[in-house]
Write a protein that binds this ligand. Sequence first.
Ligand code: AMO
Length: 428
Amino acid sequence: MVFVKTHDISELTSELIGKEVVLGGWIEDLRKLGKMSFITLRDVSGISQVIVKGELNDNLGEINRQSVVSVKGIVQETKARDFAFEIKAEEIDVLGKAIHPLPVDPIGRVESNIDTRLNHRALDMRNQKTASIFKLRHHVLQSLRKTLAEKKFIEITTPKIIGSASEGGANLFSLEYFGKKAYLAQSPQLYKEQMTIGLERVFEISNFYRAENSHTGRHLSEFTSIDIEAAFMDYNDVMDVLESLVMDVYKFTAENCKKEQEVIGHTIEVPKSPFEKVTYNQCIDELKSAGEKIEFGDDLLDSHLRIIGDNHPGFFFLTDWPMKLKPFYIREKDEDPELSRSFDLQYGYLELSSGGTRLHNPEMLKARLKEQDLDPAQFTDHLKAFDWGMPPHSGWGMGLDRLMTTLIGIDNVREVVLYPRDPDRLSP
Ligand code: AMO
């Protein structure tokens, strides 16, 4: 049995013609034509054709499509249009049998609905479109980390099991923790703010949890968040960081993920920069002009955001929200304390990120907690840090899953998450 690969399929070159290689992958297609068989072999890097002749062909037996095999053979030129080279097989070993019927067709000839694909996600990953989405997600993560490191942000990992809410009481999953009540973190908010004391600029890319009973294409119970927090920056500075991060992700993937774009059937268009900044007050005016009954201080509903999104397609910042609509840690504007130094990054109607300048005066922070019916005693550990020399700081959180949907032009986050969690889906 041979299972040590000498090459990935994409590594086959004309220099290898006449040489022996060992490939490993799965059988995408197998055609027996009497004295000969043609196998289409796929691995993560590409596809190749394997020619099986003579005694090897006579003894080939039944091998189901999608079974994993290793093939030892000689590289040769091919007349087949779809392949760069072919392999004349000398030895074929079945390493992992695929038992038919399979629950989804990874070739995509028979289309399966998203639920069926998610229920059999590992096999769905042999569908080239699905694999391309997750290769793209990998490149997005690489790009984000590269840009943030260049901007001197230090990557941190904060706890996901916590003793009190980070974002206030709503939407918390609770669990039993050795006889005590614990929660799953909704965001790294408090920890990332605290870390600016010693690390100044931090970022985290992790999963966070929201017990939101929402059944939409953009809400998950477990989502991946990209979070930053930066000392000595205000909300305009962190908006700049966010914009350059998004621009870099688009440029990097547009340039380096040509094959993935082709397979997905979507061309990544690098957006225009700078992104427009639209204030909350401007939105209220636009909504009134569109005939909506809305006043300063009202939250923007989905229906409102659809109107605003139509007026401002693509990326734009929605800034200067009323203080009363913002979480306790957001700071007011000096010139108008009813307004906050805050923003959302929108992609049309879709909210991708929110952030702002933080309150860093502990007394004001305590007052804001009370204003929002939160108990400062629950935040003792956090508030302590504000007496140890807390720098002024700002930050934001962005949903990676939502960002991915903008990149590939789809409207369901479940397509870009390996094993999505939502109110109806807890396994696999
Ligand atoms: P917020 O609650 O707005 O802000 O979340 C930030 C971003 O996270 C994404 N997101 C979600 N994605 C999928 N499913 C969900 N249920 C979900 N909830 C949120 C969105 C959203 O814009 N601590 C602040 C950020 C900060 O100020 O630093 C926060 O969590 O894309």
